[in-house]
Design a protein around this ligand. Structure first.
Ligand SMILES: C[S@@+](CC[C@H](N)C(=O)[O-])C[C@H]1O[C@@H](n2cnc3c(N)ncnc32)[C@H](O)[C@@H]1O
Length: 291
């Protein structure tokens, strides 16, 4: 019993320290935002970079179901050249290079989110561009890529048509594009549109995809949609407090932790067990092939 109490005390102390780090990063983020009269998308994501990294440090295993879902469908192998779109702080990129031990391009609009990624991994080359930018072709050679992939970021791309044109050109014949993202008209897209867009300090705008849209985009760029489905992904936490702090950092919320929990419960639903919390996080997962 004594050991159990010591363990719980050390967990609470860790969460208190994490909360202080998150509050300090939020204050910094708000003051940087204030210094811009009209912050662009890049500034918004730069400002959220530190908070995003704090969230992933707080609960590094929370999102492992979606990570393994993408890795299982993609099946990256040694020597393959890949591209992680909207790579952020490198949650998927780092796992990819462990499988390929080869060149991986991490593409994200925000330099701040990408910082540290290339310096800590010799295989990773960062490119601060949007996946729909024609300039991507000056960094990556035509027909040189084995796979494109992404988790949770394609909805930020303005022109999915231009992004698909890039992917079609840069993929090798037989190459694949496997990704997971929020799908339009689901509880999760409604959560982002109703809650994240109004409560995140930078707001949140989205260009949601769906399996139907992906089918059209693939048809128009000579790619084949091999599979597309909704998967009831769960995010896992040690406690409600840990989950609330994770979202405070991930979505840059300057609101009470209790309000974060009510929003998650009302729109997505979560179950509280004796020593864990499991949150519904439904995602669309797809695989596209270049024939
Ligand atoms: C929800 S995060 C996902 C990050 C990462 N894939 C992960 O799973 O942790 C979304 C990312 O999209 C990036 N982003 C936003 N707009 C973008 C754009 N137009 N092009 C590329 N990346 C963009 C942001 O900087 C952020 O890193």
């Amino acid at each position: 019993m004594h050991n159990v109490n010591n363990y719980l005390e050390s967990c609470n102390e860790k969460l208190q320290n994490d909360e202080m780090d998150i509050e300090a990063a939020l204050i910094k983020a708000r003051s940087v935002l204030k210094s811009y009269s009209n912050p662009t998308n890049v500034i918004d994501f730069d400002v959220r970079g530190e908070l995003y990294a704090l969230a992933l440090k707080l609960a590094p295993k929370a999102r492992s179901e979606e990570l393994y879902l993408v890795l299982d469908l993609l099946k990256p192998i040694i020597g393959e050249v890949g591209v992680d779109l909207a790579a952020g702080t490198g949650y998927l990129s780092r796992a990819l290079v462990k499988n390929t031990n080869s060149l991986l391009y991490a593409v994200d609009l925000s330099k701040k989110q990408l910082s540290e990624l290339s310096s800590s991994n010799k295989e990773i080359k960062t490119i601060s561009l949007s996946p729909d930018s024609p300039n991507l072709r000056s960094y990556i050679a035509e027909s040189s890529v084995d796979f494109f992939t992404s988790i949770g970021g394609l909805h930020h791309v303005d022109s999915h048509k231009l992004m698909f044109e890039n992917i079609s050109l840069l993929l090798k014949s037989g190459g694949r594009f496997v990704a997971a993202d929020v799908c339009s008209n689901t509880n999760l897209s409604r959560h982002f549109d109703d809650v994240v867009s109004t409560k995140c300090i930078t707001g949140h705008s989205a260009n949601w995809l769906s399996c139907e849209k992906l089918q059209g985009l693939a048809n128009d760029t000579n790619l084949s949609l091999e599979s597309c489905q909704m998967v009831n992904i769960k995010w896992h936490f040690n406690s409600e407090l840990e989950m609330a702090l994770f979202f405070k950092a991930l979505h840059a919320y300057d609101i009470p932790l209790s309000e974060i929990l009510v929003d998650l419960s009302d729109q997505l639903g979560y179950l509280v067990y004796q020593d864990s919390v499991v949150l519904n996080w439904p995602l669309m997962v797809f695989k596209i092939i270049k024939g």
